[in-house]
Design a protein around this ligand. Sequence first.
Ligand SMILES: [Fe+2]
Ligand SMILES: [Fe+2]
Length: 336
Amino acid sequence: MATPCAKDIVASISHIGSLPQTLAAVLKVINNPNSGADEIANVISRDISLTSLVLRMVNSISAGRRRKVTKISEAVVVMGLNSIKVMTLSSSVFGLVSDKQLLQKCNIKRVWRHMIETAANARSIATSIKYREPEEAFVAGILHDMGIVLMMLHYREKYLELIQKMKDDHKGILNTEKEIFGLTHTEVGAEMAIDWKLPPSLAHVAMNHHSIDAGIIIPDDAILNDIIALADRLSTEPFDEYYPDLEENIIFIQSAGKRLGLDSIEINRIRKESVMESIRLAEYLELDIGDVLEILTEANNKLAGLYFSLEKIYLEKQKLQEMINEAPQNEAVASA
Ligand SMILES: [Fe+2]
Ligand SMILES: [Fe+2]
């Protein structure tokens, strides 16, 4: 059997389980350039669980407002039509996955948690650097690794092989995916964004979020990709050994921060706040992302890991400097 391409995997989602009715309706409205606030409010209002989900998300995002938003039409006004459209889409995404048994084996809680943490980090980074639309960064964070979910659903048990191989070989997600499947979740995610006719910026992010300076031409899209690339690295990894090289991780975080004009103190603040924000968001979304104590412990461990790695790099640099400083003296002694 020929190896499937990203397009085949995205198409196969309809064989795995049909797109939920509401998501199909939401996509129809999003894809119609003439659709406006009334149409989107209409679609959302027809689905009770989606209505409460969107209201919870809107209220969590605009937590500073004195009065809670209680109507979808009001949510549309508060958030703006575009934000509401993409937010509805990301809310629907969590309902897309129905094979609970398979997903439990793949530890889907960690994947959801990774997506929510990335979204919370992304919004916080976007606000910090005054990016034009922090909600866009939030949605990009939720959707950036959808390729992983589609691959899990497509490859099923074979995906468990990938999770194990990643642990054994320490080659990271992209190399291991290429080895086993011949393609990566970034390609599948980008194809999904194109197929679902999402904004091109979201397809760029799905494709390029594992690198910075990915050669994206539109400046705002390049910034959005840097935001998600940094937010992704700051989050709890969806699998063990996802990014196996801790030092490479540190250097990446520092470079991405520099590109966005964020120093390590600011990055640390963003990370700390986002952990709590993701716990709150998961509650709003009624999404099980694991035990709160476990989440906080893991977040602390990650920070400690990053700190020790940073210390190691610093000590190595210092040692190298000492060797350079001593070199002329040694040469002088040798030639005497
Ligand atoms: Fe990814
Ligand atoms: Fe990610």
